[in-house]
Design a protein around this ligand. Structure first.
Ligand code: MN
Length: 237
């Protein structure tokens, strides 16, 4: 009884001391300041892509991986020369040119890449693209099957973690497939406009497909790819 009381008194005294200290006041102020970036909600329910991508993969991927990139970026940005950047894309493009900002680049690019990936997918996706887009794919790749093959080849050729992208190459004026390693993104190349992406980091597929990355990429292409999103991005390009 005596011990409990003195412990309670000690806690009360500590709390009073902390409340009066500038350190405590600073922490309280930081807590109320809104973080610069927020984790965007998924465009569909976490279980909506099941069984192609399971709800548990989506929960981990969005709730842990994507969320961590957002948290890291919010933590790093205030102490960096990029605090004045007007947008996420500006942060990515400026940090890409500066080796000293590599950690910020990695986290900022991963925030953008993941948001773009979620939008590239949808339940009951894949199948036949809208007619105008289908014609463009035929003109630039020869056929939808050839685009599919190029996508699967890029996904297996990417050594280690990375991304596979359908892009518009503004120099060649045609659609093409490119792969990028780790956090790298076509946003850093002025002539490339991203139209859709597939995350080929192991965390994107390992729970559902183990090491079968090609099977995952094929399933995404055939069953989840959001062709309306591709068409919208192409129309804006
Ligand atoms: Mn990922």
């Amino acid at each position: 009884m005596t011990t409990d009381l003195s412990r309670r008194q000690l806690l009360a005294a500590t709390a009073a001391a902390l409340a009066g200290s500038p350190l405590w006041a600073h922490a309280a102020a930081d807590k109320t300041a809104a973080p610069r970036f927020e984790l965007p909600p998924l465009p569909w329910d976490a279980s909506a892509l099941d069984p192609v991508i399971s709800a548990s993969t989506i929960a981990q991927h969005h709730g842990k991986h994507h969320a961590a990139y957002v948290a890291n970026l919010n933590r790093l940005l205030p102490n960096s020369p990029l605090t004045d950047a007007a947008s996420l894309v500006e942060i990515i493009q400026r940090s890409a040119r500066n080796e000293g900002s590599r950690t910020i680049f990695n986290n900022a690019a991963q925030v953008w890449n993941h948001t773009f990936y979620w939008q590239s997918l949808r339940p009951k996706g894949g199948g036949t693209p809208p007619s105008e887009l289908a014609k463009r794919i035929e003109a630039d790749f020869g056929s939808l099957a050839a685009l599919r093959e190029a996508t699967l080849t890029a996904s297996t050729d990417q050594f280690g973690a990375g991304w596979v992208w359908l892009v518009l190459d503004k120099n060649q004026k045609k659609l093409t497939v490119v792969k990028t390693g780790n956090a790298d993104t076509p946003l850093t190349q002025e002539h490339l406009v991203p139209l859709a992406t597939i995350d080929v980091w192991e965390h994107a597929y390992y729970l559902d497909y183990q090491s079968r990355r090609k099977d995952y990429a094929a399933a995404v292409f055939d069953k989840l790819l959001n062709w309306d999103f591709v068409a919208t991005n192409l129309a804006k390009a």
